[in-house]
Design a protein around this ligand. Structure first.
Ligand code: ACM
Length: 266
């Protein structure tokens, strides 16, 4: 079964929860796709350095805003993944929520590897990596967030658990990930979907430039769709999840069966 994946490239405004959530809603409404992926921290923007400022903007997974996004996902029959600042009482996580039409509750992944000043606001994620099985669309989705990519164990763990596609909400500030992502796709035989933001954020004296170029790679590491460095974009590509499940690449070799886990450092 073929599925359409859409990556939403956008430029969330720092601290403007209402404006950003409005943007997310209208992108869900206007996008026809089976899987829709938004960037990291899409509800709030990125460059927070104070818990006190971020906490009132962070969302509980049971919040009305998340419920509304979930209702929209159900209406569109789309699986929607959104990076957001999550609040669990007074603790915050850099999280992604997966909203599935066939699931009653939102599913939350909390970023495992925090980057740079994220340590000032967020706790390290405690969900670990896991795969979401979608029965109606016959797809298994793994989630990682941005800097998780620097650790090949992230993608490997998801692939070993059976992911067909790894979605990666991102706020990437370098260009080197374009070298790594197709490798993660190839060595795990999975699709890789990176929804990255673009634009500039300034907080006090510090400025960050986000690199856009959201992209979808096929399981052989070939590029399927790619956005420009700047500008709002909805880029789409077709995937065939069942094609990732046979890890053999000739009559003898299979990239998972050939692994020698006992020879690797644990
Ligand atoms: C990043 O993890 N936002 C680079």
């Amino acid at each position: 079964m073929e599925l359409t994946v859409a990556l939403i490239q956008c430029n969330p405004i720092l601290g403007k929860l209402d404006v950003n959530c409005e943007m997310i809603s209208s992108a869900i409404q206007s996008t026809e796709a089976d899987i829709i992926v938004f960037p990291e921290l899409c509800t709030t923007g990125y460059l927070f350095t104070s818990k006190d400022i971020l906490l009132p903007l962070a969302l509980d997974k049971e919040s009305e805003i998340i419920k509304n996004f979930h209702d929209q996902a159900r209406e569109k029959n789309s699986i929607v993944i959104i990076g957001f600042a999550e609040r669990d009482n007074n603790v915050m996580y850099n999280s992604a929520v997966l909203l599935s039409p066939e699931k009653e509750k939102p599913i939350i992944y909390r970023k495992t590897h925090l980057f740079y000043k994220e340590f000032l606001c967020f706790e390290q994620g405690n969900t670990g990596f896991f795969v979401v099985e979608e029965k109606e669309k016959n797809v298994r989705i793994g989630i990682m967030i941005c800097y998780d990519w620097r650790f090949p164990e992230s993608a490997r763990t998801l692939a070993l658990q059976g992911a067909d596609i790894i979605v990666c909400p991102s706020n990437l500030v370098t260009d080197v990930w374009h070298i790594a992502m197709p490798c993660r796709a190839l060595e795990n035989k999975v699709y890789m979907a990176v929804a990255n933001r673009y634009g500039t954020e300034k907080n006090k004296e510090e400025e960050l430039v986000f690199k856009g170029e959201s992209a979808l790679w096929g399981y052989n590491g070939t590029i399927i769709a790619k956005a420009e460095k700047n500008g709002d974009a909805i880029i789409k590509g077709i995937i065939n999840p069942s094609k990732t499940r046979d890890k053999a690449f000739n009559s003898i070799n299979d990239i998972f069966k050939d692994r020698r886990a006992e020879m690797y450092l644990q």
